[in-house]
Every structure is written in C-alpha cells, then in structure tokens.
Write a protein that binds this ligand. Structure first.
Ligand code: ZN
Length: 139
C-alpha cells in the first residue's frame, strides 16, 4: 500500500482487500450452509418439504459420493463432490434425501429419486467418473 495514500483511503482499500480475500476463501471452502440451502430447495421442490434431517454437510470420503445415516437423519456428501457441476451435486443430495425415507434402493426409493428430472443423466455422469466400477458409488 503506497505511503502517500490518505488514511481514510487506506482503510477503505484494506477493507476492500479483506472482503475480496473473504469471498475467495468462501468459494474455495465447501460450505455446509450452501449444501443445506440446496437440500432445503430440493426438499421443497420434489418432496413437498416433508423430509427432515438432523445434519447435513461435507465429509472426506475416498470411494463414495455420499452417505445417509438413516437412523439419525445425518447426510454427508463427499468433499470432492464440490468440484461437480451443481446439477450433479443436486442429484447426490436428492439421492441421500430419498434415503431419509427408504434405506434400500428399492422401487419406492427409485420413485423418490426420479422426482429429480436429471437423476438418470447424473447417474451416467458419475458412472463415467467412476468408470472402474459398473455402478456409481452412491450409498
Ligand atoms: Zn443410496
């Protein structure tokens, strides 16, 4: 910061730099709050807002894209999913949200999952990423 800059100008500039840095950090960090907002929107749009969970957030998972602890209503999405397009991330959320009502992958579960119109396409997308396996590793 140039020394000739008036104090008021310096403060304003420092504040601006701080805000920019803050925004950059927020974009880089997987935000559990952002995930919760997306889940709430999907819940309202596809499930009439009837689903309830106790916690939702990102977690480090090496092999899977998501998990749902059915009994306590805890949803976790793999941290590496933050690099996926939003519509694929939404599919992962819908999949785990559907597990709040059905722990298996039976027909009733599929009916819930397919309420999200891009489910089929997202499964294909994940399958291509996980090309070593035949099924996308969503639990
Ligand atoms: Zn599953």
């Amino acid at each position: 910061m140039p020394a000739w800059m008036p104090q008021g100008e310096r403060d304003r500039w420092a504040g601006e730099m701080r805000r920019r840095l803050q925004r950059r950090m927020e974009r880089a960090r997987p935000s559990d709050e952002r995930l919760d907002h997306r889940a709430q929107a999907l819940n309202a749009r596809h499930f009439g807002g009837r689903l309830h969970w106790t916690s939702i957030g990102f977690a480090d998972m090496a092999r899977r894209w998501g998990s749902c602890t059915f009994t306590v209503g805890a949803i976790r999405i793999a941290t590496r999913a933050t690099t996926l397009p939003d519509w694929v991330l939404d599919y992962l959320l819908v999949h785990e949200l559907a597990h709040l009502e059905h722990s298996d992958h039976g027909p009733a579960f599929k009916e819930l999952e397919d309420r999200y119109p891009l489910s089929e396409r997202a499964r294909g997308y994940l399958m291509a990423l996980d090309h070593a396996t035949t099924e996308p590793a969503v639990d």
